[in-house]
Design a binder for this molecule. Structure first.
Ligand code: MTE
Ligand code: MO
Length: 379
């Protein structure tokens, strides 16, 4: 593949995990300082070179070849922009966020990310629901399509398959409460090439892998996407299956592909081994709920998890059925006296919480164990 035409990435705060394809996450102390992550600092996760597309000629084809009457329509960018525009604030997180924690248990497959493979942006575009209905796709109240899926395909070379692809259930795509977007704007500007110009899918509440960039084709079909990224990646293999396991490949077809994110919270400041002045110290981080519930309890511990205090939460106002943004939290301590282990842990309104210890899985996905940071007081 040729990476010569990849865009410039001017931010000094991106930690590059891989150059080709370009994979980078923002430094944690920068991440928690903005409720809306600046586009340059937003994490970038790619499986191939960045396509260089023209909004004037780009099209998105919608088809359902297995459905009687075979509905089909090709949308230009002008068609998509002419549809009702929805703007939401939504966090996007790679299922591989915090993979480094699982890689410490045993070797995992994938880019070794720390805890910055998540960012929060405003996105605007047409809803996938409107686009599907305009193409003549029936809603899921039609018994013929109740169990169907919406498969996305991108333009551009990619490492593990012919093109990047993924799918979500049709009911999620069609739900007026799930806000699945074909986004052409990010943070009030035209989408950048790195993030999917001219149009990408944004699926709030669901792992980043399903938010396909450089979208060119949507197929409504009885099965999930046949893509590598739906079938042989982004699944949780049992802990005894590792790189060396002989039956590794037999597991893929037996496992369900990941969709919804789990409860997550991370300490962004101070960072591991940071020398902190005696006090006061403000501990900051981010959190998301499993199904983007509206409320959290965010706990912080200064003694490795024996006792806990409540953190203060911050998020922008959005309708209660549209709380797709992350929550930033902070906790101010008057003093840190000994070598402290700071731990954080979130609960969502369903009572889901983070496990105290991580459990290994071969692809190193969905690590949401307690986040722990050891700091040294500056005497
Ligand atoms: N879409 C295409 N076409 N190619 C990709 O490599 N990566 C996916 C998803 N969409 C990918 C893609 C993954 S795994 C994630 S986590 C998100 O895009 C990352 O989006 P971002 O780079 O805008 O942060
Ligand atoms: Mo991802």
């Amino acid at each position: 593949f040729n990476y010569d035409n990849d865009p410039e990435r001017p931010s000094p705060h991106l930690v590059i995990r891989k150059d080709q394809p370009f994979n980078a996450e923002p430094a944690l102390h920068v991440l928690a300082r903005h409720y809306v992550t600046p586009t340059d600092e937003f994490f970038k996760r790619n499986h191939g070179p960045i396509p260089d597309l023209s909004a004037d000629t780009h099209t998105v084809q919608v088809a359902a070849p297995a459905l009687a009457g075979t509905p089909q329509r090709t949308f230009t960018m002008a068609d998509i922009r002419a549809m009702p525009r929805l703007e939401i604030t939504a966090a996007l997180q790679c299922a591989g966020n915090r993979r480094d924690g699982l890689n410490k248990l045993a070797k995992v497959k994938g880019v070794i990310w720390a805890a910055g493979t998540i960012s929060n942006a405003t996105w605007a575009g047409a809803t996938l629901r409107d686009v599907l209905l305009a193409a003549g796709i029936p809603d899921v109240s039609d018994p013929r399509v109740q169990h169907w899926h919406v498969a996305f395909e991108a333009v551009g070379d990619c490492e593990e398959d012919v093109v990047y692809g993924s799918s979500i259930p049709l009911w999620i795509a069609m739900s007026p409460h799930r806000d699945v977007l074909l986004a052409y704007e990010m943070n009030g500007r035209t989408l950048t090439r790195d993030h999917g110009f001219p149009v990408r899918v944004v699926v709030p509440g669901i792992i980043g892998a399903r938010s396909v960039k450089w979208l060119s084709k949507i197929t409504v079909q009885p099965q999930e996407s046949a893509s590598f990224y739906q079938q042989r990646d982004y699944k949780i293999l049992p802990p005894h299956v590792s790189i060396a396991s002989e039956d590794l490949t037999e597991w893929w077809p037996r496992l369900t592909a990941l969709q919804e994110m789990n409860v997550q919270s991370v300490i962004c400041e101070p960072e591991e081994n940071e020398l902190v002045r005696g006090g006061p110290v403000t501990i900051r981080g981010y959190a998301i709920a499993g199904m983007a519930q509206a409320l959290f309890i965010q706990y912080v511990s200064l003694d490795g998890g024996n006792t806990w205090a409540l953190a203060e939460l911050y998020r922008t106002t959005a309708p209660l059925d549209r709380q797709w943004g992350w929550t930033l939290w902070s906790y101010r301590v008057p003093r840190i006296t000994n070598d402290a282990e700071i731990v954080c842990r979130a609960w969502d309104t369903a009572g889901n919480t983070q496990p105290s210890e991580p459990t290994y899985n071969y692809r190193g996905v969905m690590n949401n164990a307690y986040h722990r940071v050891r700091v040294k007081p500056n005497a």
